[in-house]
Unconditional design. Structure first.
Length: 279
């Protein structure tokens, strides 16, 4: 494959992944009343760009993603009247906060196992993005959606209400995708343990089991995260969990989690049986 073809493929692939990331960011699982949302791992497509094509390209794509997020969130700038505040918001909450996703591939050549490398990268960029939002909240947003008194502590708690579940979802999905797909080649391939070929049915059942557990995890995180912020004041509030009716919060979480675990276990056992018969 010549250089021009390689560059064209990288450009097209990156554009598609950026488009997917943007769509996922708009399809929020939970939108908090005073800013911030929990998505279905909207940062992961950008992280995959960095993992596949290197940190410099990843940082450039992360910056492009930040510009797209800023364009979709222009209304946030209406709260400020000084150019210094506007520049700070653009940098901290958008450009830098999303550009750091380009660092998600730095573990590719440092960690042998792909699932571990992807999950560590996901954890790193989520922490870095969280830090950007915390700094923004404790400085620019202090006095608006964040109280001036104890602004840093409040910003730490407030931004954790959506970044913590976002991190959990992103890391879990990174582990799963890193386990079933090989992102190191020029094209995506399904990962198969060395020395044997997995039956097609077994691979499908394993993927279905993984998605059932992942889906239940996303549901649980979304349900719980929605109770961690006071809808009237926007404050981080553990009382939302303590005062939540059992039937409207914990019962659905228990039912969905239990059903997903049972389904995953059944699919796993069936897959193992198929594997033994194929040997």
């Amino acid at each position: 494959m010549n250089t021009r073809t390689t560059k064209t493929r990288r450009l097209v692939e990156s554009a598609i992944l950026l488009a997917i990331a943007t769509v996922l960011s708009e399809l929020a699982l939970v939108k908090l009343p005073y800013g911030g949302s929990v998505t279905l791992a909207s940062m992961l497509p950008v992280l995959l760009i960095a993992y596949r094509h290197g940190t410099p390209w990843g940082l450039a794509c992360g910056l492009c993603y930040g510009v797209l997020q800023q364009l979709l969130g222009l209304s946030t700038l209406s709260y400020f009247t000084t150019w210094q505040s506007i520049v700070a918001i653009v940098l901290l909450d958008y450009l830098i906060a999303f550009a750091v996703i380009g660092l998600g591939g730095i573990f590719r050549h440092r960690v042998v196992r792909q699932p571990a490398a992807l999950s560590l990268g996901a954890l790193l960029v989520c922490i870095l993005r969280y830090i950007c939002h915390v700094i923004s909240g404790a400085t620019v947003w202090a006095g608006l959606s964040i109280p001036t008194e104890a602004a840093l502590l409040y910003s730490l708690a407030y931004n954790a209400t959506y970044m913590l579940p976002e991190t959990i979802v992103t890391v879990l999905l990174a582990v799963y995708l890193g386990s079933v797909l090989d992102f190191t080649g020029s094209t995506l391939r399904r990962r198969v343990p060395q020395g044997r070929t997995a039956p097609q049915n077994q691979g499908f059942l394993t993927a279905l089991a993984g998605f059932s557990v992942l889906g239940a995890t996303v549901f649980d995180v979304a349900m719980i995260a929605a109770r961690l912020q006071n809808g009237e004041t926007g404050e981080f509030d553990w009382a939302g969990l303590a005062g939540a009716p059992f039937t409207s919060l914990w019962l659905p979480v228990i039912i969905v989690s239990g059903a997903a675990l049972v389904l995953a276990a059944m699919l796993f056992l069936v897959g193992r049986r198929i594997q033994k018969k194929s040997v």
